[in-house]
Design a protein around this ligand. Sequence first.
Ligand code: ZN
Length: 457
Amino acid sequence: MRTIIKNGILVTSKAMYKADVLIEQGIITDISENILLDTNDLVINANNQFIMPGAIDVHAHLAVPGTVDDFESGTKAAAMGGLTSIINFTNPTKGQSFLENLREWKDKAKCSYIDYGFHSIINECSEKVLAEIPKLANEEGVTSIKLFMAYKNDVMVSDLDMYKLMKKAGESGMIVNVHAENGDVVDQLRKEAISEGKTAPIYHAETRPASLEAEATNRAIRIAEVANTPVYIVHVSCSDALQEVERAKKRGRIVYAETCPHYLVLDKSYLELPDFEGGKYVCSPPLRDKQDQNSLWEGIRKGSISTIGSDHSSLLFEGGKKIGFNNFTLIPNGLPSIEDIFHVVYHFGVHEDRISLNKFVDIMSTSPAKIFGMYPRKGTLEIGSDADIVIFDPSKSRVVSKKEQHQSTDYNIYEGLELQGRITHVLSRGDVIVKENTFLGEIGRGKFIYRKKFTLN
Ligand SMILES: [Zn+2]
């Protein structure tokens, strides 16, 4: 059976025009005005709505122990929010083979509704680990690793280990994700705060200042420079860190920056909400000042920020975040964002005139696909691409409410926001998985994305 989307306005990262889209066996096989219908065709009338490539979230933490979204609820929420692919982080167990760990994660993802890939978090640097890295890229289609400069005595790696791991990854054709905050100094500031009786959620932000994110961002970029490896700074939250990325880009370095919707829309005053409501907003890096939001939007416009990731972490408030009621250092870090990322970025970006619609498609879909080896199969609407498509009605609106969400958390960080624009259909490889608020996807239909090695596009 063929599927034809008629009467829509096709939007890519570069163009916008009236066109019909023909889909056969999950692939786009024609894009032109007035495609002729056959009797058996499934016809979707887009009715002057936008037809865009499905969004790609390259920063998801589904199925992490202690969180409530597995690949089933998480990818359902993602699809309801316009995402058609995710790259999820694995969580390693110290001493375990990373290849074996990856196999466990592939098993966890078998119930996925949309296509998925993985970044391997690497938290140690033994000969065994160094030997496994090329296999991730050459045999497993996992062409990125992630390193942490924060979370001391947990996943943090030393500068020396970071250098060795980056070098090996670079030689293997991979790109390295880095969480850039100075973990040693943050750890000290947290101890100082607690000893001074500063236990409220706001001190989470005070003890992770922008300077320590900027310092680590520069250090990661400089070490990657020496290791000759492309580097991707995850969740850039502030102007200071972004300036380090911009300086490196001026030197000609291959460095990409990602931000998250919460850094664009929320600020650290949320951490001071009464009755420990502020605890809901604890993530790292922390929410920053209002001025930082303007810098991040400017970075998106200029191209110094390439992508927006959800950093979805489905921690509960009751029985989760509240563990840190008397001590902010015990509050588990992370925010739920996978279901709302698309609508939030559209509303504050396109609807409020901060970015163009083409730029929206670029940061939500095309750039992530290019950086992480999925383009042009994913991230664009071209003949030969997977038919991962969002149909979007800019005239509709909706108020965000946890009552209507599909993610499993007991709160929504965007609660009560009225967002302009609404997804009406989501297609994943040609299957209509969302239609007007109704989820139609079949469990386990999502496929593993075997990604290509890093290249400059
Ligand atoms: Zn993350």
